[in-house]
Structure formats: structure tokens, C-alpha cells
Design a protein around this ligand. Structure first.
Ligand code: HAM
Length: 395
């Protein structure tokens, strides 16, 4: 938990410096909120239950729909664009494995009420900085759904969804089989070529006319100016149904199959929840996957002191402990009530210093400080003992 809190703190700090404010939504919502536009994959994985009023509810599988519901209910009159971030748990009934859990945490942002290449670039740059702050190595892929949309328009809407699912899972064999069973085998070659293409001109050549071309070029020019490292990837399909344009994902370099640590893009949801049509853009980081990718680096904790004392020294020991804690130093009493020697040997297993207080220390208002690494022992005034310990603090 200490490592998690440290990484969470770094991501929060990044979000705050970009002007994003924290919000919180309920753990469960009406089921319909997610069935409107979240897509087949997520609907099948939801934890659904009926409440006492007979309403169908779901544990949130993600936060974009809840955040937009909250925006429509409570944020419509606020000055736009709104910059919101969240750190919250989600629930999906998936087959658990390394990096894939039924309860997992997302750190995400939603930029609501802005519609421009610079707005999209802001979200991508913020995502890059938040992920970088965790210290993991990752690659960032940025695409745009319009490439795929141009190619898929020869299919029926249901067929388009199926084809996008195969593309999202990078299942090219499945895509080929499916499209040839539908008499569209020529299309799978072009889709597979598009998914493998990493160059804007080449992507435009595969798809032909693209109405969003100017906007896409602007976005990539801004990303180049920003200096972040990214790969253009027109093959990104995203598993959720609400995306409308720019889409992006990040992959950790040292994870196995579940290596996608971030997903996001532009979308429109507000009008489906009773609000005005509002362009929005956001992303969510799979926090647990980031922690797996980091490995157990641990945190540099502060100095730890164990306090050994005799019954005569107890009153002075309480005063001394209070002063150390006020100075922000971790100090714990030995609670065993055994001899001073036994207390010190017990403390030496978990602490950096032993502070020893008996009748003599009480009478002279001093403490005995033993450095448990070197074995050196000194008698010091309280303020000198504080200085000594502070000097040994790695933080
Ligand atoms: P998503 O791609 O479904 O997007 O989830 C975002 C991230 O959550 C994934 O990239 C992955 O790292 C993590 N994740 C998903 N499922 C699991 C799981 N079962 N166990 C562990 N981690 C998981 C969204 O949820 C969108 N709401 C992102 C977004 C925000 N788009 C716009 N704004």
C-alpha cells in the first residue's frame, strides 16, 4: 500500500499541475448508464443487481459514463472546459489472471467541453506525464477512428461492431474468417494493412479520402512539437463504443498478455444522459497493471526507533516519544514489559535505533540512543537525540 500511495500521489500531483480537479462518483449506478454506449464487451462483464426498489443497478465497470452523468446532473452550469480527474475502483467480471482483476483501480481524467486538436493533445501529453511519473517503461500509441470508419462503411452497423472487436483484440485470423464469411474478404486485407501502418501518409493512401485529415494532421503536429515519444497507430479500435475520433493506448514494456496500461480518446456521451451534445476527451490508467510493471521497488521509509523503558522511566519515555512524533519521526514503545536487554534485542530486529530510558535517564532528563547498525551507544539531551536521528533519516 505504501508503494501504491506513493505512485498515486505522483499521478495526483501531475493532474493538479495541469489544472485538473478531483471528483468522486458513486460505486454503483443504474445499469442503463452503462448499457447505452459502453459496448458489448463491458456489458457482459458487469456485476448487476436489483435494489430493494426493483431497480437494476451495476457496480461501475469504468468511470467515463458516471463522470458524464455527474456532469449532466451537477456540472452543466460550470464554466467549460471542465478538467476533472479521479482515482477509483472499478468492477468487471473477467477471468482473473496476472494484471486482470475483478476489482481494479483506475486513475483517469476527463476534459469536458473542448473540441480541438490542442485539447486532444493536452489529454495525451497529460497521460504521458502521469504514466512517466510512475517510473515504468511504456510505449504510447495514438490513432484516429476515422481511418477505420472510412474502410468499415461498406459493412452493416452490426458487422462494423464485430469487425472492430476483432481489431481491438488484434485477432487478424478471426477478422479474416468473419469478413470472408460475409463476402468482404478484400476488406480484411486493407484493414490488416491499416492496423500495421505507422505513417500518416500511408494510412491516408490505404483509406482514400478522409474528412478528418486536416484535424488529424494538426494533432500530430502538436504532438511532435510537444516532444513526447509516441507511435502513430491507425489500427487502434478501443473496446468501448463511445469513442468518436482520436483514440490512444499505452503498453508497458515488461508485462505479458495484459500489457495495456492506459486507454482513452475523444467521445460524446452527455447528450445520451439528458444533456447537450458536449465534446469530451479523456483516458484511464490501469493502476494495478502499473504497479505490476513497476515490480516491488518498495519505498524509502523514514528512520524507525524502538523505545525500551523501565517502569521508573515510563513518564519521561512518554514525553520523549511525544517529542519525536511531533518532529515527524516514527517511534514505538516496546510493549513486552521484559528486561531492558530483552527489549533491545527485540527492537533490533525491526528498528534503526533503540532509545533507552530508565530511572537514571529520567533523573538527568537525558536519553540513551543506540544505533542498531553500528552498535554505538550515546547519552544525549532530548534535542541532541532528535538532531542525531534526523541526520540519519534518508528522506
Ligand atoms: P479501458 O481501456 O476499458 O478504458 O480501461 C482503462 C485501463 O484500465 C486499461 O487500459 C487497463 O489498464 C485497465 N483495466 C481494464 N480492465 C482491467 C482489469 N480487469 N484489471 C486490471 N486493469 C484493468 C476505460 O475504462 C475508459 N473509461 C477510459 C477513458 C476515460 N476513455 C475516456 N476517458
Amino acid at each position: 500500500m505504501e508503494s501504491r500511495r506513493e505512485v498515486e500521489g505522483m499521478m495526483r500531483k501531475v493532474a493538479r499541475t495541469w489544472g485538473y480537479r478531483e471528483i468522486c462518483t458513486p460505486e454503483f449506478e443504474e445499469l442503463e448508464l452503462f448499457t447505452i454506449r459502453s459496448g458489448e464487451g463491458i456489458i457482459q462483464e458487469m456485476y448487476v443487481f436489483e435494489d430493494k426498489g426493483g431497480r437494476k443497478m451495476a457496480l461501475r465497470p469504468e468511470l467515463t459514463a458516471p463522470v458524464l452523468r455527474m456532469y449532466v446532473n451537477e456540472g452543466r452550469t460550470l464554466q467549460k472546459p471542465l478538467r476533472w480527474y479521479y482515482f477509483a475502483d472499478c468492477f468487471r467480471y473477467e477471468r482473473p489472471q496476472k494484471g486482470r482483476y475483478r476489482q481494479f483501480w483506475q486513475f483517469g481524467v476527463e476534459l469536458i467541453g473542448a473540441d480541438s486538436p490542442i485539447a486532444e493533445a493536452e489529454v495525451i501529453m497529460l497521460a504521458h506525464e502521469a504514466l512517466s511519473s510512475s517510473g515504468i517503461s511504456f510505449s504510447l500509441h495514438v490513432g484516429h477512428l476515422s481511418f477505420m470508419r472510412v474502410l468499415l462503411q461498406e459493412l452493416e452497423p452490426d458487422e462494423q461492431k464485430r469487425a472492430r472487436m476483432f481489431l481491438d483484440k488484434k485477432d487478424t485470423a478471426g477478422l479474416e474468417d468473419y469478413l470472408s464469411s460475409r463476402d468482404h474478404s478484400g476488406l480484411s486485407d486493407r484493414l490488416i494493412a491499416l492496423a500495421g501502418c505507422r505513417d500518416l501518409k500511408e494510412a491516408c493512401a490505404i483509406t482514400g479520402d478522409n474528412p478528418d485529415r486536416k484535424r488529424i494532421e494538426d494533432l500530430f503536429t502538436i504532438l511532435d512539437q510537444s516532444g513526447i515519444c509516441y507511435t502513430l497507430n491507425p489500427g487502434i479500435a478501443r473496446g468501448l463504443d463511445y469513442y468518436t475520433g482520436m483514440v490512444f493506448e499505452a503498453f508497458a514494456e515488461n508485462l505479458g498478455a495484459e500489457n495495456q496500461v492506459l486507454g482513452g480518446g475523444t467521445y460524446r456521451l452527455a447528450h445520451l444522459f439528458g444533456g447537450e451534445d458536449t465534446p469530451s476527451c479523456g483516458f484511464a490508467i490501469g493502476f494495478d497493471r502499473v504497479m505490476v510493471a513497476r515490480g516491488d521497488k518498495g519505498t524509502a521509509g523514514g528512520v524507525v526507533i524502538g523505545l525500551a523503558f523501565t517502569p521508573e522511566g515510563r513518564g519521561w519515555a512518554l514525553t520523549v516519544a511525544r517529542e519525536f512524533r511531533r518532529a515527524g519521526i516514527c517511534i514505538s514503545f516496546d510493549l513486552s514489559g521484559r528486561s531492558i536487554g530483552q527489549q533491545i534485542s527485540h527492537i533490533s530486529r525491526t528498528a534503526d535505533f533503540a532509545l533507552i530510558i530508565g530511572a537514571r535517564e529520567r533523573d538527568e532528563q537525558v536519553v540513551t540512543l543506540k544505533d542498531l547498525r553500528s552498535g554505538m551507544q550515546k547519552e544525549l539531551t532530548l534535542s541532541n537525540a532528535l538532531c542525531e536521528v534526523r541526520g540519519a533519516d534518508p528522506r
